[in-house]
Design a protein around this ligand. Structure first.
Ligand code: IMP
Ligand code: MG
Length: 179
């Protein structure tokens, strides 16, 4: 474990078990249909890869990249599309795959944007959610874990582009933010 980590909040095993449960729920809900998983880069790469492999439902995958953050640790609500989907989504069942819902402002914007493109349905699966930080009401159908509003890293989540590769979700030591 890197020395900058203060503690492990959610272990690799806890994540794997929860992803399996989410996949089972999604398989039940989408029986007989196909899903277009839309990952929001870059934070969603780990949950996207693990969830896609845990699902039995046939899926295709596409990715979007948006920016709402500089290197700061709170959301501006200003969303810019850096990379859009490769294909259109008309009549597709879209499942957004997100690493974390913090203020919810990014996802709120993405949902409005996606709903305007004529999909058959749009739902959201997020590994983490910070209920105390949410500034907007959002219909998030599948949530891995509700956590306190602390800044976390690992399993896709970064601080200044680092720590995405950690297999667990953890807290950084306060001195990391000071430097
Ligand atoms: P929101 O618009 O405030 O919901 O922010 C969503 C995005 O901010 C997430 O997809 C992450 O990329 C980033 N983010 C929010 N909270 C954290 C955190 O605790 N650690 C790392 N990134 C975060
Ligand atoms: Mg993200």
């Amino acid at each position: 474990m890197p020395p900058e980590i203060e503690k492990v909040l959610i272990s690799e095993k806890e994540i794997a078990d929860r992803v399996a449960e989410l996949a089972a729920a999604i398989d039940r809900d989408y029986a007989g249909r196909e899903i277009l998983l839309v990952g929001v880069l870059k934070g969603a790469v780990m949950i996207m890869a693990d969830l896609a492999r845990a699902l039995s439902t046939p899926v295709s995958m596409d990715f979007m990249a948006v920016s709402s953050y500089g290197s700061a640790t709170s959301s501006s609500g200003v969303v810019r599309i850096l990379k859009d989907l490769d294909r259109d989504v008309v009549d597709k069942h879209i499942l957004f795959v997100e690493d974390i819902i913090d203020s919810g402002l990014t996802l709120s914007w993405l949902l409005r944007n996606m709903n305007s493109r004529g999909p058959a349905s749009v739902e959201v699966c997020a590994l983490l959610r910070k209920p105390d930080a949410m500034k907007v009401e959002l219909p998030v159908k599948y949530v891995g874990f509700d956590i306190a509003s602390e800044f976390v890293v690992g399993y896709g989540l970064d601080y200044a582009e680092r720590y995405r590769d950690l297999p667990f979700v953890g807290l950084l030591k306060p001195e990391v933010y000071a430097t």
